[in-house]
Design a protein around this ligand. Sequence first.
Ligand SMILES: Nc1ncnc2c1ncn2[C@@H]1O[C@H](COP(=O)(O)OP(=O)(O)OP(=O)(O)O)[C@@H](O)[C@H]1O
Length: 346
Amino acid sequence: MIELKGLTKRYGEKVAVDHLTFTVRPGVVTGFLGPNGAGKSTTMRMLLGLDHPTAGDVRIDGKRYAQLKDPLKYIGALLDAKAVHGGRSAFHHLLCLAQSNGIPRARVHEVLDTVGLTAVAKKKAKGFSLGMGQRLGIAGALLGDPEILMFDEPVNGLDPEGIHWIRNLMKSLAGQGRTVFVSSHLMSEMALTADHLVVIGQGRLLADTSMADFIRQNSRSYVRLRSPQRERLLDVLHEAGVTVAEAGDGALEADGTSAEQLGELAARHQLVLHELSPQQASLEEAFMRLTAESVEYHAHTAVPGAPGSGPGAPTSGPGAPTSGGALPGAGGPGWGEGWQRRRKGA
Ligand SMILES: Nc1ncnc2c1ncn2[C@@H]1O[C@H](COP(=O)(O)OP(=O)(O)OP(=O)(O)O)[C@@H](O)[C@H]1O
């Protein structure tokens, strides 16, 4: 496993990593999330001894990276796919890594095959596309057959088939009992891959929890109801003590009650329903809500004339998509204010 204790890194005045303490465990894929500049790459570099902590400690199976003999046999990492000598072929790049870590030559052929680069093994790395470079980096990580794997943005540049492949690869590595630690900004991909999440913002730990708990704790789930007898339905819901917000498109949003209970309530009062749909926020929505206050780099300039860029564009409140669309909190810490206001009838 990977253990961080009070890990801190300062660059002059800038605190890039701020007292991080968490453990990455075997047998699951752990996603490492955070907005741009949150300190993910710095953390990963310290893990590999490429940067020295200002304070604190990080251990791989109880040892510092520098204490590992043949480190590729303990931990394989993809940090920067471009960190390859462009004049070397894929085969020779991997062979150099293998020879410096006591790994047999035959293993180079095996990993080239695993990542689908056998046909271009003799080609110079400088001619590789972004996706081919990523695959070569992943081959390097797998070379020593390590129990711990770490990937920084592994799907960057991969085509859909490649993304599917790396997702299954990470899951199967974790399924074999290995420790898999992966960073990505692609929330939809992370939602499909990771079982556990570590989230940081401005260098500090924001969450260390299972995927399911993270979404539950950082998002709102509710049930959407539409009925041609809307006013009667509102009365029935109020009488039953259900908290209701108005969605803006005529629908109602009920909090704290299941779709089953609401359906039965409506049936008891002979109310017709045209919609009864549970809504669960996405990982992206939950992530943006949690990290809204630690986002350092905001884009403020809307593209003139672009749909949705004008002053009337819905962001929250009536007309705004409630899940999977516009992201509550995307513009700041106001997530939930729109629906809270509507809930209170303001
Ligand atoms: N060598 C360095 N010298 C000075 N500042 C640095 C250095 N490396 C990183 N930083 C700063 O530390 C902070 C964290 O950077 P880091 O690259 O670790 O973030 P990140 O979470 O990986 O970001 P991204 O998602 O954009 O890749 C940033 O403010 C960055 O500018």
